[in-house]
Ligand binder design. Structure first.
Ligand code: 13P
Length: 255
């Protein structure tokens, strides 16, 4: 049985005061939630302070990116060791915005993935097709190629420690969610691919999140699909009520 994970990707949003009050509100409200894993991934400048606010709570802290080297002359970058130092447990890698705006390739994502795992952090590796690719009937091909490239060279043990997030680019920030059936189809493909790359036993244990306009009112039907193990939430993670609504939906899912 896979535990559901609900992770909020705040992207480059919220200021210091609003970050802190959101985290304090979540800590208080989720004190008794134990059947779902929850994490927030704020902008990196707030990680240290929010790590302290989350200390001792049941909410994990994640970064939105990391560099593949442990230290050195890499102006503007942050290492996995530094993220761990301030209390991070998770690192989002290869988000479509990083791929599209900052030119991240599968190879770069893969190098970061190995660094994140070596530091003992949990990577959340994002994959997903654009609208053009979906309309050209290339969804499976694109997602499989991103998975193979991004997850290259992992041992079975490392794959088990890696979370995959399927985020169709056309559903991100657009209000257009993939239907539960559309999302499930790709999640099932990803799990089958992991089965062929690793083993069926390993693939059955990997957490595969869905991301793309997940809201409190569509979370339950998405999360009820057999191969959807949680959500990577953008816009709806910025407000306490909407994020809590998604966590509550996850908490009530029976599979
Ligand atoms: P939205 O939930 O705002 O569509 O963003 C999804 C996302 O990109 C999460 O990483």
């Amino acid at each position: 049985m896979r535990r559901l994970l609900i992770a909020g990707n705040w992207k480059m949003n919220l200021d210091r005061g609003r970050s802190l009050s959101l985290v304090q509100g979540l800590v208080e409200s989720l004190r008794n939630t134990s059947n779902v894993d929850v994490a927030v991934c704020p902008p990196s400048v707030y990680l240290g302070e929010l790590g302290k606010a989350l200390h001792g709570s049941n909410i994990g802290l994640g970064a939105q990116n990391a560099y593949n080297q442990p230290e050195g002359a890499y102006t503007g970058e942050v290492s996995c060791g530094m993220l761990k130092d301030v209390g991070c447990q998770y690192v989002i890698l290869g988000h479509s915005e990083r791929r599209a705006i900052f030119g991240e390739t599968d190879l770069m994502v893969n190098e970061k993935l190995h660094a994140v795992l070596a530091a003992g952090l949990t990577p959340i590796v994002c994959v997903g097709e654009t609208l053009q690719e979906r309309e050209a009937g290339k969804t499976q091909q694109v997602v499989e190629s991103q998975c193979k490239g991004s997850l290259a060279g992992l041992s079975h043990e490392q794959m088990l420690k890696t979370v995959v997030a399927y985020e169709p680019v056309w559903a991100i920030g657009t209000g257009k969610t993939a239907t539960p059936a559309q999302a499930e189809e790709v999640h099932k493909d990803i799990r089958e691919l992991l089965g062929s790359l690793f083993s069926s036993e390993t693939s059955q244990k990997v957490i595969i999140l869905y991301g793309g306009s997940v809201k409190a009112d569509n979370a339950l039907e998405l999360l009820s699909e057999p191969n959807i193990d949680g959500a990577l939430v953008g816009g709806a993670s910025l407000k306490q009520d909407s994020f809590l609504g998604i966590v509550q939906a996850a908490s009530s899912v029976k599979k």
